[in-house]
Design a binder for this molecule. Structure first.
Ligand code: BG6
Length: 495
C-alpha cells in the first residue's frame, strides 16, 4: 500500500522522551506501521533521547517489545539500526553526544544531514530543549539538509506564555521548521471537511448565513480524567480541547475557500476565520456566552463514576472545568448573525465528536400547524468519531393517510470505503518527515486561539468558587442548556 509520493526521504528521526508514555503508546506503533508499509526507507534512522540509562541494544529491544507480535522487514530494519542517547535534557553533554551520533548517522547510515526532532517530553521541557539544540548548533544541518521540530500541544498556557515558548523555539528554528501537531487535524473525517466543501459544488451555495441558522460543535468524552488528574488540574477543558481541537475544526469548517490547496493558503484562511471570532472581552460577555462545569459522582448503580474532585491527583476543592459550552459570533460577511455553539466535556453520556450545521426553518409551515414546529431543523452533520460519516437530516412524510412529517436522514459512512484510514500519528509523523505542514498549526493560529480563550479563563479564575456542577453521564450543568435556550434553540442530541 505504499504511495511512492508518500515516502520519507533519508532522515534521522530524533525522539526526545524516547522512554516515555507517548513514545510507547503512539509513536512506536505508528512507526512500525509506516515501516511495514514501506514508507520509511533504510536511510531513516531512529534516535531515542531520554534520561533512562540504556545502550543502543537495549533501546532496540525496548522498541521491539513495545510493538509485540510484528517482525516485518521494514520494522526489523528500523529497530536494528536505532541509536540511543542517554542524558538530561538540559545537560549540554547530552546535546553534544547527540550531535556526534547524528554525524555518525550521516556518515554511516545515509541520513544526508536531514533531521526531524520529535518533542515527546512534558511540555515544560520544549523551550529548554530547543535552546540547548541551538547552543549545540543542531538547529541547522551541516550538510544543507532539512531540520524540523515536531511539538505537541499545549503550546503555552496563555497568549503570553505561548509567545515565550515561541521565542525559545525560535532560538533554534525558523517558523517553517516548526511542526505543531493537533491530532484532530490528522483525523480522516476532519480532512474530509475539505473534500466535502471544496470537491463538491452542491454545498457551496448554502454555506453561509442565508441558509444556515446555527452551527454546533460537540466534542464529548465518556471518560473522566483517569490517572491524568495532576495534568488536568493545570489545564482544564478550555485549554485541553477548546483552544486547540475545537478551534481548529471550527476554522476548517467555516473558513473561506482557499485560493489553492497550498498549505499556506489553507492556514491563511484558517487564521482569518479565527481573527473574525469576536473575543469575549467584557465580564458581561463571558457571563452571557460561556459556561463551565465540573463533573460530580454519577452514573448507574452498576457503573458508578467518581466525581472529579475525588479523582487521583485532583485538589478536593478544585475549580478546574471539565466541561465548557460557548456561544461564539463570527464577524465576517459570510457568518454574521450565525451563532456557533461549542461544547466539550469529560464524563458526558456518549463519546462523540460532530460538527453540525442547522438550516433555517421553512418560512411557514402551512401543512402541519401543530407538532411539526417541534421538528428538529434540517441539518448537515459531519461525524468525526466514532462511526465516521456524514448525515443530511430533513423532514419526510410518514406513510399513511395523515400528513405527518418526521425526521429522516441520508447517511454516508466511511465504512463504505475498503481502504483503512491511517492512524492520526502515522499521518503526522510521515507528513513531518516529508515536510508537508498542511495539518500542522502555525504560530499565528496559536496566538489567535489564545486570544479567544484567554479572556474567558481570566474571568473564571477571578471567580473560582462558583463553578457549576453536573453529574457524571449527563450533558453538563443546566446553565449549558440555558445558554442556547436563551436564543430559542437547543443542543442537538447526537445519535
Ligand atoms: C487530547 C486531550 O488532546 O485529546 C485529552 O489532551 C482527550 O484529554 C483527547 O481525551 C481526545 O482525543 P480523541 O482522539 O480520543 O478524541
Amino acid at each position: 500500500m505504499t504511495d511512492p509520493d508518500r515516502r520519507s526521504p533519508p532522515c534521522a528521526l530524533v525522539i526526545f522522551g524516547a522512554s516515555g508514555d507517548l513514545t510507547a503508546r503512539k509513536l512506536l506503533p505508528a512507526l512500525e506501521r509506516l515501516a511495514t508499509y514501506g514508507a520509511l526507507p533504510p536511510q531513516v534512522t531512529l534516535i531515542g533521547v531520554a534520561r533512562t540509562p540504556m545502550s543502543d541494544g537495549e533501546f532496540r529491544d525496548y522498541c521491539r517489545e513495545r510493538v509485540p507480535g510484528t517482525a516485518g522487514p521494514g520494522w526489523t530494519a528500523l529497530t536494528a539500526s536505532a541509536r540511543y542517547v542517554a542524558g538530561g535534557y538540559d545537560d549540554p553533554a547530552t546535546h553534544r553526544r547527540l550531535a556526534e551520533v547524528l554525524d555518525e548517522c550521516d556518515r554511516d547510515a545515509g541520513t544526508a544531514g536531514n533531521r526531524v526532532y520529535y518533542f515527546a517530553t512534558p511540555p515544560r521541557l520544549f523551550g529548554p530543549i530547543a535552546v540547548h539544540l541551538a547552543e549545540a548548533g543542531l538547529g541547522r544541518s551541516p550538510l544543507g539538509g532539512f531540520v524540523r521540530a515536531v511539538i505537541e500541544k499545549p503550546f503555552g498556557w496563555d497568549e503570553a506564555s505561548a509567545r515565550d515558548l515561541y521565542a525559545d523555539l525560535s532560538s533554534a528554528f525558523a517558523e517553517e521548521q516548526i511542526f505543531r501537531i493537533d491530532h484532530y487535524l490528522a483525523k480522516e473525517t476532519v480532512q474530509n471537511l475539505l473534500a466535502l466543501r471544496f470537491a463538491n459544488s452542491i454545498f457551496e451555495p448554502i454555506w453561509n448565513r442565508t441558509w444556515v441558522d446555527n452551527v454546533q460543535i460537540t466534542v464529548a468524552e465518556t471518560l473522566g480524567v483517569g490517572d491524568r488528574g495532576g495534568f488536568y488540574e493545570t489545564t482544564g477543558a478550555m485549554r485541553d480541547i477548546v483552544q486547540n481541537h475545537v478551534l481548529q475544526v471550527l476554522s476548517l469548517f467555516l473558513m473561506e475557500p482557499p485560493t489553492s490547496f497550498h498549505p499556506e493558503a489553507i492556514r491563511d484562511e484558517k487564521v482569518k476565520l479565527l481573527r473574525a471570532i469576536r473575543p469575549l472581552d467584557e465580564a458581561a460577555d463571558v457571563t452571557a456566552n460561556a459556561v463551565r462545569g465540573q463533573y460530580t459522582r454519577g452514573g448507574t448503580r452498576e457503573d458508578l463514576m467518581t466525581g472529579y474532585r475525588d479523582e487521583p491527583g485532583v485538589d478536593p476543592l478544585s475549580s478546574t472545568e471539565t466541561f465548557v459550552a460557548l456561544r461564539l459570533d463570527i464577524d465576517n460577511w459570510r457568518w454574521t448573525g450565525v451563532p456557533v455553539y461549542v461544547r466539550t466535556g469529560k464524563r458526558l453520556p456518549c463519546r462523540v465528536t460532530e460538527v453540525a450545521m442547522e438550516f433555517h426553518r421553512p418560512p411557514q409551515l402551512p401543512l402541519f400547524p401543530g407538532p411539526a414546529g417541534d421538528l428538529e431543523p434540517d441539518a448537515l452533520v459531519v461525524r468525526v468519531q466514532p462511526d465516521e460519516g456524514l448525515s443530511l437530516r430533513f423532514g419526510a412524510k410518514v406513510p399513511g393517510h395523515a400528513f405527518r412529517v418526521q425526521k429522516a436522514s441520508m447517511d454516508f459512512s466511511y465504512e463504505s470505503f475498503e481502504e483503512q484510514a491511517p492512524d492520526a500519528y502515522e499521518r503526522v509523523i510521515l507528513d513531518a518527515l516529508i515536510g508537508d505542514p498542511t495539518l500542522f498549526i502555525r504560530a499565528d493560529e496559536v496566538g489567535r486561539s489564545w486570544r479567544i480563550v484567554d479572556p474567558v479563563l481570566e474571568h473564571w479564575s477571578e471567580d473560582p468558587g462558583s463553578i457549576p456542577l453536573y453529574q457524571a453521564a449527563t450533558w453538563g450543568p443546566p446553565e449549558a442548556a440555558a445558554l442556547i435556550a436563551r436564543d430559542g434553540r437547543r443542543w442537538r442530541t447526537p445519535s
